[in-house]
Write a protein that binds this ligand. Sequence first.
Ligand code: GLA
Length: 554
Amino acid sequence: MKRTWKNYLAIPFLIVAASCSQPTVSSEPEAHAPTMGWNTYNTFNLDINEQLIIEQAEAMANSGLKDAGYRYINIDDGYFGGRDPETGRLLIHPVRFPNGLKGLVDHIHSLGLKAGIYSDAGTNTCGNYWGKDSLANNVGLYGHDAQDCEMFFNELGFDFIKVDYCGGTTWQNYYSIGIDEEERYRQIRQAMDETGRKDLRLSVCRWNYPGTWVREVGDSWRMSQDINCSWRSIRNIIDQSLYISAYASKGHYNDMDMLEVGRTLSQEEDMTHFGMWCILSSPLIIGCDMTTMRAETLELLTNPELIALNQDPLGLQAYVAKDCGNGTYVFVKDIETLHGKTRAIALYNSTNEPQTIGIDYSTIELGGTVKVRDLFARADVETAADNISIEVPAHGTRIYRLEATQRIERSLYEAETAYLSEYQELHDAFSVATAYYEKDAACSGGAKVVNLGRKPKNDLRWLDVYSETGGEYEVTIDILPTPDALQISEWDSNPGGYQFFLSVNDGVGNRVRLDKDSTSATITISLPAGSNVVRLYDDRYLMPGIDRMTLRKL
Ligand code: GLA
């Protein structure tokens, strides 16, 4: 099925809203859970060879990792041998892979595994620029999309490709080719599709959230700079993941980068790393040496309950349900059934001290009796009837599956959980006039959305505003008159106050008006039963910062 922007919006809520006219998830054959596998780069960097990859593949097949769901053996940078100047054919490193790659891919396949390869959207690879790998110059896909895709996927039989961007950025290539990310990744996806293979996965590697177009081309996309094996790196990537849950949906995931689990982090940090990658629905690409893994690493990486959380059929990424303001957070997501009685939570402590982290079950929309299961310990636990409160060690995380007897209808929608149609992290948001999320301790939930409006697409959408029975609702929007020079000048030309529009399922816009001194406005809307999209927008003017929306059924 063609990936379209409309489908993107449809995915999270059409699972249950079969009455809507857009296609349902079940008709989307490519929708899969986050990719599980292993990649050469974290442990071996560019120093890779055929023998080591065979050994890793065999370790995956025989250690229990394959049985746990890991499938992909991905060859990263380091295999390139230049390009034939006459035919343009990509060459393979003659010393590291003297037999080429075909036999290696066949061997990986014979183990019941899949094989992944690496390239660049531009000319040279990052290993060429940063690692001085001279044979990785002029080996990127640029100018060779069809030729290389044919070789990778039909001739050699690879099933997956990670496409990097060093050769596309003017300062990391030697050609100053000046290409555009969206255009290049679309061309690459098209070349992949034209090989006739329907099962190929594309991992976009642009080191920050690239833009909402990426969902139409990528099975996953990096949203951060390269991970490294330090607590600081893990914490930073989680921090960058706080507000991007709306961009993940079944078959399309934010990629938090390859796992450093099993290397030099403490066991507590490894648990946080793996557990948060699971609940945030990141691909799980192991980065340690699988032939020498410690028992506790294998146990963590194969924990079936955490893997089930990551591979959950809904494909949702958890969002922040509570920012406790002291470096601790509660994340939540539905699992198993959308708007059902099963949810998963993570209590995450980013600080250097043990912290007690708690949340009322009603805050995460669960009521009645709540059964609690610790997914790390794989054991049921007792909590108070109406809340959970746990002491979490420094750098630690605890993850629970909650099963309640009642689901309460959601009434609070933080702006930072919403989808911004023009969201991107590659360009300066003011120069290109795109909205973004910003931490603000004065806001509900600890964050807000700013720089909305001025053009139709620069809007905010809560993609899944769910009403069990449908009906009339009082909607309150809390705003922040951000004291930003740009905004003040536009508002000054609009002295009556602020206004913007709110629509339901892209119907007629309701005007939301606020006096100059007020920070909230209430209107009445009608919501059909099921999932709805509530959109805030202003096609002409800059909008105030949006803090949250609250709903009250009338
Ligand atoms: C970039 C990518 C890494 C890895 C290296 C290889 O830095 O982000 O994941 O692929 O290139 O050189």
